[in-house]
Design a protein around this ligand. Structure first.
Ligand code: UD1
Length: 420
């Protein structure tokens, strides 16, 4: 079993190049099913979740080649068939469910097990299904398997009760080739939605307004093969910004744009962190300043991202004073609190809020990554903890960070992966 070992106490310096976004590349890979031409994804992040969705597409008959060195994925969906993917694969990742919209659009029927993913709440799929139903699909659920059927999907007006990222993507993908116009209101506004729409539009779709709360999709007859580079990973970029802040260091992020990170950048600036965009996609972060506590509430974009909640909690746990974080997106996303407390943090949970009393020193110990971003938070805490922090269950971290230990080492930290 592999674990990550972090020896605390080193400052960071230098540059880190941010990979493409996991949450963008997954729906992009899923939507390659919409065409029988070849899709080429460049600068693709070689993550475990990417591996899983590629395996899933292969199991449906896609021909996929992955060039890890060039970071290129080529997907030929011409031979894809309407088969039920293995439940084991689907349960490994919630984003597996993103193949439903494209498969339904292409074959008019599809069956898939209920999805899995990070253990951070119940994460139902009712909004995905409600949207597909509004496009004309008949839906039945039995024994943990969902079956969707339709003759030809037809555009409709859909209002999402909550701006779910996955539901917005599934509905957007499904309606690209539907008959007529779809108007999706209260849609999620995350940058990855805009990126997916840019990709689909390059394929020939007619999508307007992605990145706002109203998306209009005019159905087209067919989509074509394209090459595409997904947007940078704002969550990876944010993780390194926070690492600079906790270690009081100055680092440079390459391939990251402040524009897409406004909610995090605003909070870090409020705390005192100096963040400067020195070029269009180069950001300098200076954490060698006196930091102040802040209160945070996670919200759909453009609110503070839930995917940054655990990392900023690790930072606030070292900032003198009291901070409060309220989690409104997922009901069970405080599992990292007990692990951070094992390292000497003083965090109490009260309902959906965590009350954080900043402490002067953290101490390294053995801790468990309870989900993907929680794992990153433990590495961040380990960077300043006295002694050694050993992070277990790092398969969660590998779902969403490319070579995290190497990137930290290149910045001067002592972060190693070892087989034990
Ligand atoms: C995506 C991201 C994930 C991020 C999350 C919120 C990907 C691959 N994953 O996940 O990293 O943490 O957005 O920003 O892009 N909900 C329902 N019914 C539904 C769908 C969702 O009630 O049909 C609820 C969920 O339980 C959750 C909330 O809506 O409480 C947000 O979920 P959603 O935006 O759908 O997140 P994901 O797409 O799963």
């Amino acid at each position: 079993m592999e674990k990550i070992f972090v020896s605390g106490g080193n400052k960071l310096k230098g540059k880190v190049r941010i990979d493409s976004a996991k949450n963008s590349v997954l729906p992009i890979i899923a939507s390659s099913i919409l065409t029988s031409d070849t899709i080429i994804i460049k600068n693709a992040p070689m993550l475990n979740d990417v591996q899983v969705i590629c395996e899933l597409l292969k199991s449906l008959g896609c021909n996929i080649s992955i060039n890890k060195i060039k970071g290129e994925i080529s997907i030929d969906s011409s031979k894809v068939q309407e088969i039920e993917p293995s439940g084991e694969l689907v349960r490994r990742m919630r984003a597996s469910f993103l193949v439903m919209g494209p498969m339904l659009a292409r074959f008019g029927k599809f069956k898939i097990s209920l999805p899995g993913g990070c253990n951070i709440g119940t994460r139902p799929i009712d909004l995905h299904l409600k949207g597909l139903k509004a496009l004309g699909a008949e839906i039945s659920t039995e024994g943990g398997v969902v079956e969707v059927r339709c003759n030809k999907l037809k555009g409709n007006k859909i209002y999402l009760d909550f701006p779910s990222v996955g539901a917005t993507e599934n509905i957007m993908m499904a309606s690209t080739t539907a008959k007529g116009v779809t108007v999706l209101e209260n849609a999620a506004e995350e940058p990855e939605i805009e990126d997916l729409a840019n990709f689909l539009n390059k394929m020939g779709a007619k999508i307007y307004g992605a990145g706002t709360d109203t998306i209009i999709i005019e159905g087209v007859d067919r989509l074509k093969g394209v090459e595409y580079i997904p947007i940078f990973d704002r969550i990876e970029a944010g993780t390194f910004m926070i690492a600079a802040a906790i270690t009081k260091s100055k680092i440079t992020l390459e391939n990251a744009r402040e524009y897409y990170m406004k909610p995090l950048v605003a909070k870090l600036r409020e705390m005192g962190v100096e963040i400067t965009s020195i070029e269009d996609n180069v950001i300098e972060v200076n954490g060698n300043v006196q930091l102040k506590p802040v209160d945070i509430k996670t919200l759909p974009h453009p609110g503070f991202p839930t995917d940054m909640q655990s990392q900023i909690m690790a930072l606030l746990a070292t900032v003198k004073g009291t901070s409060v974080i309220t989690e409104t997106i997922f009901e069970n996303r405080f599992m990292h609190v007990s692990e951070l407390n094992r390292m000497g943090c003083k965090i109490k949970i009260e309902g959906r809020s965590a009350i954080i009393e900043g402490v002067e020193e953290l101490s390294g110990c053995e801790v468990k990554a309870t989900d993907l971003r929680a794992g990153a938070a433990l590495i961040i805490a380990g960077l300043v903890a006295k002694g050694e922090t050993i992070v277990d269950d790092i398969y969660h971290i590998d779902r969403g960070y490319v070579n995290i230990e190497e990137k930290f080492r290149n910045l001067g930290a002592k972060v190693y992966r070892r087989e034990v």
